[in-house]
Ligand binder design. Structure first.
Ligand code: 5GP
Length: 190
């Protein structure tokens, strides 16, 4: 049997990945959000089993040893995130296509695991300066954390050729439309 389809959305942080993921999920009913397991605390408004499966680090490590993850990463110091194989299977059983919002390393790993029938979108800020301005305007960064994020983003952008399609997010509406066109084409393929 052919490998079931997967859509991966990845980006350096601050590039607009979440908004584009939401747009795609709202507009294509064949797509379903793949709920990751995570060990961080829920933020206000986040719900277990909707935004993430919030689990303890011990449970996460147990699942690693059981080979339960399609991919997992320590995205932030001490904080684990991973895509459960059972989550992909749950969505495929509903005859839908999972959409994975994952960090760049996770996206590379999942592509290696599922090389066929996988569409990966790399959302890229128009420039490092634009990303710097975007992060500065959020007002949530110290100059040290800003520099760390910018350096990480530049490093992650260096992997952009590994993905099916690079979507430049200069204007969010344009980027959503560009992503939609690519996804529509992927959905229409058998
Ligand atoms: P946040 O804590 O802000 O929800 O997510 C932090 C980062 O973790 C984001 O870049 C998000 O895409 C990534 N992430 C969420 N779920 C997964 C996952 O299952 N695997 C990997 N590798 N990264 C994930």
């Amino acid at each position: 049997m052919a490998q079931e389809k997967i859509v991966i959305i990845t980006a350096p942080s601050g590039a607009g990945k979440t908004s584009i993921t939401k747009y795609l999920l709202e507009n294509y009913s064949q797509l379903a959000f793949s709920i990751s397991a995570a060990t961080r605390q829920p933020r206000s408004g986040e719900k277990n089993g909707i935004d993430y499966y919030f689990i303890t680090a011990d449970d996460f490590k147990k699942k690693i040893s059981e080979n339960a993850f399609a991919e997992w990463e320590m995205v932030y110091e001490g904080k684990y995130y991973g895509t459960l194989k059972t989550e992909l299977e749950r969505i495929w059983k509903e005859n839908k296509i999972p959409v994975l919002d994952v960090d760049v390393k996770g996206a590379i790993h999942i592509q290696q695991q599922y090389p066929n029938n996988t569409l990966s979108l790399f959302i890229q800020p128009p420039s490092i300066n634009a990303l710097r301005e975007r992060l500065e305007s959020r007002g949530t960064e110290t100059s040290e954390s800003l520099n760390t994020r910018i350096n990480k983003a530049a490093y992650e952008i260096s992997f952009n050729q590994l993905f099916s399609k690079i979507i430049i997010n200069d204007n969010l509406d344009v980027a959503c439309n560009d992503a939609a066109k690519v996804v529509e084409n992927f959905l229409s393929q058998s």
